[in-house]
Each structure stands twice: as structure tokens, then as C-alpha cells.
Design a binder for this molecule. Sequence first.
Ligand code: NAD
Length: 253
Amino acid sequence: MTSLDNVASWIAAARSVVALTGAGISTESGIPDFRGPDGLWKRDPRAERLSNIGYYLADERIRRESWQRRVEHPAWGARPNAGHRALVALERAGHLDLLVTQNIDGLHLAAGADPDRLIEIHGTIRETACLGCGDRRPMRETLDRVRGGEADPPCLACGGILKSATVSFGQNLDPVLLRRADEAATTCDLFLAIGTSLTVYPVARLPEIAKEVGARLVIVNAEPTAFDHRADAVLRGRAGELLPALVEGATPR
Ligand code: NAD
């Protein structure tokens, strides 16, 4: 297995680095992932239904439960961890062109990531979106309504069904954002996949694209992923420990 020092030297020498993060970068901030050993879907298989737009639209009970879970979501009390901060340091040192995150928790932004170099490809839990008219508002306004007794609050603009501004299974990703992520993967020469099982498509095709154009693929993850066999290096462990060491090695003072 390639050492952390080798990977740090690849980052330092790379022309363009693109990173993709998943739920694993936020577990050390107290937000469970879906498929890790303590993942939400392992502990509570019913939770998978709540992430599916078909069930959400069809069943008011699913929407009520979703709103209750949003009120209690661990993201509200979570703080960025050393992994999020290390990526900000990498970006500020000029070594990270684009960060694509599958996370909806807003912790990259909270850590200080440049919004122009960040794509929240699965959206954000920090806003609501109306599934009828598209009206968007801060999530906290709607959570106040839920706490006030509206179990399934309708859109204030059109009366339609509200949801967090996140992409559920069965919903399309924003094509403009996806194209930008694709282009970055096509032009990078080093692709970092961090804390993601690389099983959710179309995002999981980004490392494939990078490999096809000859970029190096580095995987930082606590467990094996679907792409380990294609990676140039696999760093196995906690993102909050590995990323600071990696960034320190790539950007020596
Ligand atoms: P996933 O749950 O499929 O995989 C997470 C991976 O991270 C696992 O392989 C796990 O072993 C690894 N991991 C866990 N803790 C780690 C750590 N400290 N350091 C390194 N690796 C660690 O997550 P995914 O691939 O992102 O796909 C899940 C989908 O669910 C995504 O679309 C995402 O939007 C959503 N999701 C988001 C959050 C969040 O916003 N924080 C949380 C759960 C799920």
C-alpha cells in the first residue's frame, strides 16, 4: 500500500486536485453515515424509505416522520472536525480546485470552504424547497412551524409539499452542478475520494471519469470501498486523522 507521504507528494505536485466527500467525513462530527458499521440504514432499515421521493410524495405519515427527524437532526448541533478543516487548508494553499460533497450537513461551508469551489451535489438540509413551486427558505423557519404543531407544513407560497432542499433517491441531480463536477473530474490529475462508500450514482462515476483520463485516484476511507481495486493509493482510517497529516505533508511551511 502506498504511504501517506507518497500521496502528500502527489498532491503537492498535482496540477489540479478534485476531492469528493461523503458521509464518512462527518461521522467524527457526530452525524452517522448510512452504510458504515454504525450507519443509519444498518441500525434502522426503515430509514431508507424516508430518503425516497416516491414514498415522501405518496404518504403523509412518511412526511410527518421526516419532519420530526429534521427537527432532531444531529447536523444542528454539529461542528466541523479536523477533516473538514484540513480540506479548507488545502484549498487555501492553492491545492484544491473543486470539492464535491455528497453531504447535506453544511459542515464544509461552516469550516470555511470557499462556496465558489464547493458543490453540494445532493443539496443542503439548511434550506427547504417546495416540490410544487420551488420556493426556497431557510430550514429554521419551517422547523419553527413544525415545533409549533404543523406536523407536515405546507409551502407558504403555494400550499405545495415542502421538503429539505436535498436530493432524495428518485430525484434528479442539478444538471448544471453535475456537469461542472464531471468537467472537473475530466481535467484533474489527482482525485481524492474521502469518507464515501462510492455506491451512490451518478456521483460515484466521478472517480471513474478521473481514472479514464489518467488521473491518480486516492481513497481515504475507514472501510473498503467499491473502487479500492482501481485506486493508486488507499489510505485506511479516520478522515479526521489522515487528512490533517496528508495536508501537512502536501503543504509544508
Ligand atoms: P455511506 O454511508 O455510503 O459511506 C460512508 C463511508 O465512510 C463508509 O464506507 C464508512 O466506512 C466511511 N467512514 C465512516 N466514518 C469514517 C471516518 N471517520 N473516516 C473515514 N471514513 C469513514 O456514505 P456516502 O457514500 O456519502 O453515501 C450516502 C448518501 O447519504 C450520500 O448521498 C449523502 O448525501 C447522504 N448522507 C449524508 C450525511 C451527511 O450529510 N453528513 C449523512 C448520512 C448520509
